[in-house]
Design a protein around this ligand. Structure first.
Ligand SMILES: Nc1ncnc2c1ncn2[C@@H]1O[C@H](COP(=O)(O)OP(=O)(O)OP(=O)(O)O)[C@@H](O)[C@H]1O
Length: 316
């Protein structure tokens, strides 16, 4: 856990230290947040509604002032050195915010200019092609589909060549097929060296895409972990045996295993930790055989990131 949170200086692209936020209403939206983002990763920030995700992203992007703490983005302090820090960052907010009557090309070209970058039509063409928007470059934004508008927002956020891209709920309200296209595209961006931070309510999105997961609840980060490691550490597995003859109770010889009887005695279910020694399964199956219990089918299943998330947030 420690190693995940403290990457070496050259590995870290964003460092958030001791950040808190109390809004004017007196509401404390963020506690004492420490977070380090690694260069080139996809980091998913998960949390229930109102947990503080947008507040945290807005502070890192310099849109909301923190009440305390510092943020260094690619070597620049977001408050003291705002312009240099902001140039490193692209932000795709939850709400679509573009001039609906402008063309796609004018929108991205103008946005690049806002960051003081020299004109670079070849670069803009590259990102529009990458986002499958090149044939729409002369279309007015209000004539595009919802999915295309979202991609325009991403192109706009990338127009000044940021190294860090924040995607706040990138696929909210987007259909399943488009969501998959979006995932593919975000992976492509990571390949090109952009560090990506996304917030999402679709936990399977984080499960599919993220290298690391951060969980925020009530303004506190309650967990930061490599996704694979998280699922290994906190995931549960189940082995379900469909029996030849129904059982009324678990035989005493099998009492040392966490076994449950289900489906009117027709199933025997063994629940174990994903990190447990796999040999325990072989032992269990051997002991089941020794007890004279016959089975006609065997299935395993693993808890999803969603199950893990719900139990984590519930526990807090
Ligand atoms: N400008 C503001 N003034 C006062 N309170 C605010 C302000 N902005 C946000 N909050 C409160 O801060 C808390 C965190 O809000 P935030 O938008 O960061 O959460 P979130 O995790 O992004 O939620 P969601 O998933 O619903 O978008 C909420 O309780 C919200 O009502």
């Amino acid at each position: 856990m420690k190693a995940n949170n403290t990457p070496s200086a050259e590995d870290a692209i964003v460092r958030v230290s001791g950040v808190s936020k109390t809004y004017k209403t007196g509401f404390r939206a963020l506690g004492n947040i420490d977070l380090t983002l690694r260069r080139g990763e996809i980091f998913a920030l998960l949390g229930p509604n109102g947990a503080g995700k947008t507040t945290l992203i807005s502070i890192i992007c310099g849109i909301v002032n923190p009440s305390s703490g510092t943020i260094i983005a690619d070597g620049h302090d977001i408050i003291r050195d705002y312009r240099a820090a902001r140039t490193k960052i692209g932000l795709v907010p939850q709400e679509l915010s573009t001039d609906a009557f402008e063309t796609v090309w004018a929108t991205v070209n103008f946005s690049r200019g806002l960051f003081g970058k020299p004109r670079n039509p070849a670069f803009l063409e590259k990102i529009l092609r990458q986002l499958s928007l090149w044939d729409k470059k002369d279309s007015k934004i209000n004539t595009l589909s919802g999915g295309m508008k979202r991609r325009v927002m991403i192109a706009k956020a990338l127009s000044h060549e940021p190294r860090i891209l924040f995607l706040d709920e990138p696929t909210a309200g987007v259909d399943v097929e488009l969501r998959r296209d979006m995932w593919e595209m975000v992976r492509g961006l990571r390949e090109s060296g952009v560090t990506i931070i996304l917030t999402t309510h679709y936990i399977e999105e984080a499960e599919e895409m993220a290298d690391r997961i951060g969980v925020i609840n009530k303004g506190e980060i309650i967990l930061i972990e490599d996704k694979v490691e998280l699922m290994r550490k906190l995931g549960k597995k189940q082995l379900t045996l469909t029996l030849q003859q129904p059982l009324e109770t678990v035989p005493p010889a099998l009492a040392s295993y966490r076994l449950d009887i289900a489906d009117n005695g027709n199933q025997l279910i063994y629940t174990f930790d994903a990190k447990d020694d796999p040999e325990v399964l072989a032992r269990l199956l051997h002991d089941v055989g020794e007890s004279g219990i016959g089975f006609k089918d065997l299935q395993t299943s693993q808890s999803s990131l969603e199950d893990i998330f719900v139990s984590l947030v519930g526990a807090h």
